[in-house]
Design a binder for this molecule. Structure first.
Ligand SMILES: Nc1ncnc2c1ncn2[C@@H]1O[C@H](COP(=O)(O)OP(=O)(O)OP(=O)(O)O)[C@@H](O)[C@H]1O
Ligand SMILES: [Mg+2]
Length: 697
């Protein structure tokens, strides 16, 4: 291999000291095991899991600390990269305001994973995404997962975050302080997803503030929680856009980089023991990216936090901040160990960059199978295979050995570090959660709720109805038709609005429930209560407009009974929409099913068909339109009421065919059924939502 730059020829003495003969390397069965590069490392011993600690950054960022003089190689790297000054400066930029975020964590967490194999179902069988990945990251360490796109970084991070339910397609073990994932861990685990999941209409400050209110313990006052949100805001350089809306594809808001920082801030707020981040620096300029990584580095150094992140193309400055690096290639691990030793390992197996280059670029090239001479697809595949085999022979046995030692340690001191010690309770009470979620939901949906689209729709329909049935008090059959139209309109409109509620919230609900932010019941009540103003005010305005225009009975009693019956209809119809939306969680499917349901309910309501075949006539009893129509008729007509049906004769209203099917009787039965349906449909929606959450589909 050709000449290399100063940092690339550097061979850390620490690494040399740790390297020992590979006596326990398993013989390889693969054709690649005899490859000269796989056999190249007779004396190399890569940095073991527990030995990595924070020796590299300690000596790098805090001169004199870490007991003793810096090694020659480390000094050289510092001089070359100049990162010591940079990291310290950046970390100091945070200021005192954010000190609370950097206070120590209550329970340091060691995350270990061993031989993780993960498969997913695809059309033609199964696809193996992770093919036996092992490693660990301890308190005080920053782990970076590198690899080409599609190599399985996000999948591994998601598994490590306990966000995939255990299935037969996941084998191997993932432990936290030697124990499997448990619910209380959620509240001390921060997880930043690759895609930002945020409410579009809240401002940056509102987003952080509501998260602080929900996630921070009730031992802190609201003022203290707000101060914590302010500190994070300051820390992440978001002060300039604090009052800007987050935005979405449809609404212009803050930039992608700012949005990413808000997502990170939401997780930093809780002062997590274990922080997992999926590409926290993607889309950021190099200064902000460096600031974020140095902040994460500082989080590991103060208070014993454990941080793991996936990252694309970190600069060399950032690369040397990582205590550990895991390099993946097509789901296979090809390197796990100290970041500072990665190049040495590859040098040892005869992969050396020909020019001085960013180490992460070099590692990514290798993970893609690109080394100096290999260009064709076959050659790239062969390079990857050699790297996989080299890892299997040289690194895997050592990592496994270390993981076994760690697991033994945890078994011995298990009770001390048990996650069971962590409190199971929620951070806030049910009412607090309800109140905060209601306020947040009203803020988020204030634009939607009384949008001009809604208002115009309702007012135009009301005016048209008023004109068509203008002063029709003496035309009873027309008025029965009017009541049926009102009943159908308010049975249909809220249902179609309701189907949007949960499918639109799915990602946010999954994210927030995964971090144990609130109870499902408080979220459900808050969201449905948040819809009430729109659900109740608009129909009230509608009734106010049409009531006197159409000449309905002028007594207050009749008005209020009609209004209340319409409001109950609206709530039941909304429940149908919520239930269909929550069960299907797909807007297209939900609107199709909703139209079918509504059509059946409407037709069975008694107005259109009076003589249904007996085998299908039962449908009317499950149709809420049937009962709501009865209540609306009863609001205007008493059971024995008559009207002038021509030739100076009077007929019973109850004898009009469309009224007869429904009947002017049993008002209480209709009221009871309507309230029962109101609860029933919401219950269906609630049960359907229970499947949304950590590791659920
Ligand atoms: N549910 C799934 N069904 C089918 N394939 C899947 C599924 N989940 C992940 N994959 C595939 O697994 C591979 C790894 O995906 P993953 O998202 O973990 O990659 P990544 O390393 O995070 O990529 P990137 O850097 O682009 O984010 C990809 O090829 C992806 O298409
Ligand atoms: Mg990814």
């Amino acid at each position: 291999m050709g000449a290399v730059g100063p940092k690339l020829t550097w061979w850390p003495e620490t690494a040399l000291r740790e390297y020992m003969p590979l006596n326990n390397a398993r013989p390889s069965s693969s054709a690649f095991s005899s490859h000269p590069r796989v056999q190249r490392l007779p004396q190399a011993r890569p940095p073991p899991c527990s030995a990595t600690g924070s020796s590299f950054p300690k000596s790098l960022f805090t001169p004199g600390e870490g007991g003793g003089e810096k090694l020659k190689g480390e000094k050289k790297a510092e001089e070359y990269l100049g990162i010591e000054t940079m990291a310290v400066e950046m970390a100091n930029q945070s200021g005192d305001a954010a000190n609370s975020i950097f206070s120590g964590v209550k329970l340091p967490v060691t995350l270990s994973w061993q031989d993780v194999v993960y498969k997913v179902k695809v059309k033609r069988g199964e696809k193996v995404i992770l093919k036996g990945v092992s490693g660990c990251v301890q308190p005080g360490e920053l782990l970076a997962m590198l690899g080409p796109s599609g190599s399985g970084k996000t999948t591994l991070l998601t598994l490590l975050g306990g966000r995939v339910a255990p299935t037969s397609r996941l084998t191997g073990s993932i432990t936290y302080n030697g124990r499997p994932f448990s619910s209380p861990l959620k509240r001390t685990l921060g997880f930043v997803t690759q895609d930002d999941v945020l409410y579009a209409h809240l401002t940056v400050m509102e987003t952080l503030y509501y998260t602080a209110l929900l996630r921070l313990p009730s031992t802190l006052s609201r003022k203290e929680k707000a101060a914590q949100a302010e500190a994070v805001l300051d820390q992440l350089g978001l002060t300039v856009c604090r009052n800007n809306m987050i935005g979405s594809v449809l609404v212009r808001g803050i930039s992608g980089g700012e949005r990413k920082r808000v997502s990170i801030g939401q997780e930093m707020l809780i002062n997590p023991s274990l922080l997992l981040l999926d590409e926290p620096t993607s889309g950021l300029d190099s200064t902000i990216a460096a600031r974020i990584v140095s902040l994460l580095w500082k989080l590991t150094q103060t208070g014993g936090r454990t941080v793991a992140m996936t990252i694309h193309q970190p600069s060399s400055r950032l690369f040397y901040m990582f205590h550990k690096v895991l390099l993946l290639s097509d789901g296979n691990p090809v390197y796990f160990g100290k970041g500072s030793d990665a190049l040495d390992y590859f040098n040892r197996i005869d992969y050396t960059p020909e020019i001085a280059m960013n180490p992460s670029d070099f590692l990514l090239d290798l993970a893609n199978g690109v080394s100096a001479n290999e260009e064709t697809l076959e050659e790239k595949a062969a390079t990857k295979q050699v790297l996989v085999e080299a890892y299997r022979v040289h690194l895997h046995p050592l990592v496994s050995e270390e993981l076994t030692t760690l697991s033994k340690q945890f078994k011995e001191q298990g009770s001390e570090l048990s996650t069971k010690k962590m409190k199971q309770e929620w951070s806030t009470s049910w009412w607090e959660q309800f109140e905060i979620l209601l306020r947040r939901s009203l803020k988020e949906r204030r634009h939607e709720a009384f949008s001009p689209r809604h208002l115009i729709q309702i007012f135009v329909v009301a005016i048209i109805v008023g004109i068509l049935w203008f002063k029709s008090s003496d035309k009873v059959t027309d008025q029965v038709g009017l009541l049926y139209f009102v009943n159908s309109f308010w049975g249909m409109y809220p249902a179609f609005e309701g189907i949007y509620t949960f499918p639109m919230e799915r990602t946010i609900l999954t994210k927030e429930r995964s971090s144990g932010m609130y109870r499902l019941s408080s979220y459900f009540m808050a969201l449905t209560a948040g819809d009430l103003p729109m659900e109740l005010i608009l129909p009230t305005c509608f009734v106010l407009i049409i009531y006197w225009m159409c000449g309905l009975k002028s007594e207050a009693g009749n008005f209020f009974i009609l209004l209340s019956s319409i409001l109950v209809t609206v709530l039941v119809a909304q429940g149908v929409g919520l239930a269909i939306g929550a069960v299907l969680m797909d807007l297209k499917k939900a609107s199709t099913l909703c139209s079918i349901f509504m059509l059946i309910f409407m037709l069975a309501g008694g107005f259109f068909v009076q003589n249904m075949p007996s085998f299908i006539s039962w449908v009317k009893y499950i149709s809420f339109n049937f009962y709501s129509f009865r209540l609306q008729l009863l609001s205007q007509y008493s059971p024995h009421e008559t009207y002038d049906c021509g030739q100076e004769t009077r007929c019973l209203v109850d004898d009009i065919p469309s009224v007869k099917v429904v009947g002017l009787r049993d008002a209480w039965l209709a009221v009871i059924v309507m309230f029962a349906l109101l609860v029933f449909y919401r219950l269906v929606a609630y049960v359907a939502l229970m499947r949304i959450g950590p590791g659920k589909k």
